[in-house]
Ligand binder design. Sequence first.
Ligand code: CA
Length: 443
Amino acid sequence: MNRRQFLASFAGAAAFAQSSRKPNIVLILADDLGYADLGFTGATDIPTPNLDRLAQSGIVFTNAYVSHPFCSPTRAGLMTGRYQQRFGHENNPIYDPQNYSAGLPTSQITVAQLLRSAGYVTGLSGKWHLGAASKFLPSERGFSEMFYFRGGGHDYFKQELSGAPREYLIPLERDGKPVAEPEYLTDALAREAAAFIRRHHAHPFFLYLAFNTPHTPIQTAPHHAEKVKPIADEKRRGYAAMVTALDEGVGKVMQAIAESNLDAHTLIAFLSDNGGPINVTASHNTPFREGKGTVYEGGIRVPFVMRWQGRLKPGRYQQPVISLDFLPTFTAIAGARTPTNVDGVNLMPYLQGQKSGPPHERLFWRAGGGVSYAVREGRYKLTRQQGAAEQLFDLDADPSEQHDLSSSQPDILRRLHAAYETWNRSNIAPLFESPRPAQKKKG
Ligand code: CA
């Protein structure tokens, strides 16, 4: 065998090994990102070239939702594939390492546990926010390598390694040990994610990269701020700089995947955990109504992309989907077990054209133990925001939820209300409340 034949046979064997290997999965979460604050969702003042490239080479979901309008419950749904109200995780857990009741109940199985059982290396970089006591930590919930902080947010520059720091100043932890981190936090989380990918390039991996940007506090690094200097409004300029930090971080992850020759072997999913808090950060959810904390579209409809080169044809997917769908999609492509009680749906057959029609007959939301709720069925949505009456909107004709049809279409309103009541019968009361206002750290 000459050198060329040898190389050809080697390349053939490598290609075979690659095609039969399990795909890697990278789940990237942004925190409080406004719907319209990326290039591919309409922003013209914030440059997001990396996320736009991801969107262009993947599937952009135009009717994609999270299962809650704020941080921790969305993450509980994302990790379990179940409506989090089924197991009482409807509020943000207090940051308290001694509190053994406020966190993702250990009775629930996580996507990381399922993928690890199927032979995956499982990594976390970022914000946890699913309980601060030892039994709730990522090491106990399926992750094998971790660089993270336990709470619901963090200062981007500072941490206190001694004493009893408040939630946003706690030390970052690497595999259970506090570590000093000198870099701007968003850059550090991306650095760790890229290193994880390079470290495990030869083995199937699941990476959960949970950025806390662009969540408050608005703190910017000069190299990000430089990119948004032309924005006149000071509040939006600070927020925008944090969105560019997010974008640059996603770029570093994409680069690590490409340089490891893993583009065709890696599913990348990207979304935000809830809508932008428009008055707090000057984020934009255009054209959707209101924002974070509400069950209007501005609170729950999010930018959402899946890219798997060679397996998912780039384009747009219009049917309603929800973040609960990730778990069964991931376990299906990984050949892992899918628990029978998940509410999410494996999206692959829909995205690859083997199934048509909507993956879900209806989607549901409930917040505050039921003071707010919503139901989406096809083009119609029942919305009941705390303190207001039930409203009915036609999202195809009125995505901004401006024209209430509850009196002109009472039959549809009744049907959606009945569907909500039926769904709600299998939910339980919240197991814990969000921290009291005096201690509250915004989720
Ligand atoms: Ca959030």
